[in-house]
Design a protein. Structure first.
Length: 427
């Protein structure tokens, strides 16, 4: 215990019992400001279920500053998934390097507790993989994934899952997305965005606003879209962009997407009208390439076009209002707990205590009220099932008169009864 407290700098144990563990700074409430012990050093934990964190309770009266905990169980990897915020510090050192085994023990507890979504406002110039790497360092775990790539040029909402919450990502990937963008008419680039060299320039001075509006309308609704050739789509096992960069001409097959909204906000004429910038908002189905929309609009108007700015403002139920920059997250890592994330993402089902127990063991229960209707929960679009406490227990699919678990998140079921049905983590 003393080694653990050594890792959690200037922290005393105030209380611990079978239900809760709380660390706070010595002699005060909250967390000290102005100290920066290094990357990964825990400066505070919110209460969690001690039994689920692998911590054994010691009966008796607690005194401020007295160690109440007897054991840090080996192989700690299960914990309560309900967590709101956890505080880190961060510069260039690791807590493990300066604090030895105590830091390792603290990290084990931290990793087990920290499961949820982080909504990042991705900066321009970063790949989605770069952001995942940064989050792995901030959260102290390698189990981090994202729910849909953003191009390096783009900014905005990138949904990350940490630990157990990576299992929710496959259900987020397929949700609709919303973007604000600027389309430049009059220039074509090899990448269909501003990062590629201009391959053709045509004067757009004669393009009218009515023609632009008509072109946008033609690209609204269900369409067949050919993805940009400089994309991560694989062709015979190799990324399309790699083939293009090697000099190969790549032609990708069209795929169905739906443009729910394609709204023009402003039209600006630049360089005596030689090029025209169109500011738009696009709400679309998963798999849509906004660069391809810019390209296709320019081609329809016979002047060419490409994307000069792109910002994702919404992914499913998660919006830019919830997003934090990497700098903000380095100061305070805000994690949306799995229960809240699932409630916003999918249909909800409230379970009784008996149903909670059955589902926790991977057993089936009676089908939900939507069974046999178009609203029935399926393996692809499951319902989120919650215990009377409000904790996320499982994702359920209705099959006939029964509901079966697709995934189980109950404490003590790290892989879940339905783990075999789990889709892969988003890349």
């Amino acid at each position: 215990m003393q080694s653990l407290l050594g890792a959690v700098h200037h922290v005393n144990t105030l209380s611990a019992n079978i239900n809760a563990l709380l660390f706070t700074e010595a002699g005060g409430e909250g967390f000290a400001e102005g100290r920066n012990p290094g990357v990964g050093c825990v400066v505070g934990l919110i209460p969690v279920k001690a039994v689920d964190a692998g911590i054994q309770d010691v009966p008796g009266e607690a005194k401020p500053g007295s160690p109440m905990l007897r054991t840090i169980a080996p192989g700690v990897d299960q914990a309560a998934s309900v967590i709101s915020r956890i505080w880190f510090t961060g510069t260039s050192r690791t807590c493990a390097a300066s604090s030895g085994m105590g830091a390792i023990l603290a990290t084990h507890i931290l990793v087990s507790v920290l499961s949820g979504l982080v909504i990042v406002d991705k900066p321009q110039g970063w790949t989605s993989h770069d952001v995942v790497g940064r989050m792995r360092r901030l959260a102290g775990t390698r189990k981090v994934g994202h729910a849909g790539t953003l191009d390096p040029m783009a900014t905005g909402v990138l949904v990350l899952g940490i630990n157990k919450a990576t299992r929710l990502l496959t259900y987020i990937v397929g949700t609709s997305k919303t973007y604000t963008a600027t389309i430049r008419l009059g220039e074509t680039t090899i990448t269909d965005d501003a990062e590629g060299e201009v391959t053709q320039a045509r004067n757009a001075a004669d393009v009218t606003e009515d023609a632009i509006a008509a072109g946008v309308a033609a690209l609204t609704g269900p369409i067949e879209q050919v993805p940009s050739s400089v994309s991560a789509i694989k062709v015979n096992g190799e990324r399309s962009y790699a083939r293009v960069r090697s000099g190969e001409e790549v032609k990708l097959a069209a795929r169905p997407v739906t443009i729910h909204r394609f709204e023009i906000h402003s039209v600006s004429r630049i360089d005596d009208g030689r090029v025209v910038d169109v500011d738009v908002t696009v709400e679309c189905s998963s798999g849509t390439y906004i660069r391809a929309l810019a390209r296709d609009l320019g081609n329809a108007l016979e002047v060419g076009g490409h994307l000069t700015a792109l910002r994702r403002t919404q992914v499913g139920p998660y919006s830019l209002d919830q997003a934090r920059t990497l700098e903000e997250l380095a100061e305070e890592l805000e994690v949306l707990d799995m229960s809240l994330a699932a409630r916003a993402l999918m249909p909800n089902r409230e379970l009784s205590e008996e149903e909670t127990t059955e589902i926790s063991f991977g057993r089936r229960i009676a089908a939900g009220p939507g069974a046999g209707t178009p609203d029935a929960a399926t393996a692809e679009k499951p319902a989120a099932a919650f215990a009377p406490s409000g904790e996320l227990v499982a994702l359920l699919a209705d099959t006939g008169n029964f509901a079966k678990p697709v995934l189980v998140f109950a404490p003590g079921n790290g892989t879940g009864a339905g783990a075999g049905a789990e889709a892969g983590q988003a890349k």
